[in-house]
Design a protein around this ligand. Structure first.
Ligand code: FES
Length: 85
């Protein structure tokens, strides 16, 4: 099970957190991965100065470009979600 939290603090909101959430939700649905992921939002992760939206994946912090949320999901999250299938 992968736990993914997207920051919805004000800095990340401005950088496109809502787009990241929408993109991830759409891909989780399309790929029928909802039973393999705990997907949630969280408040400021103290990474506001980073050039992207802060997310935490099983305790690892990442900052992603909201425009590339789909690429991040496919290259970083999907392989981990499918690892045990
Ligand atoms: S608002 Fe997202 S890390 Fe601070």
């Amino acid at each position: 099970m992968l736990e993914v939290t997207v920051c919805i603090g004000s800095a990340c909101h401005i950088k496109g957190a809502y787009n990241v959430i929408q993109t991830f939700q759409q891909l989780i649905e399309e790929k029928s991965l909802h039973d393999r992921i705990i997907f949630k939002s969280g408040f400021c992760m103290k990474l506001c100065q980073s050039p992207g939206v802060a997310i935490v994946v099983n305790g690892e912090h990442h900052c992603i470009d909201a425009e590339r949320a789909s690429d991040f999901f496919i290259s970083e999250l999907e392989p981990r979600l499918r690892k045990d299938i």
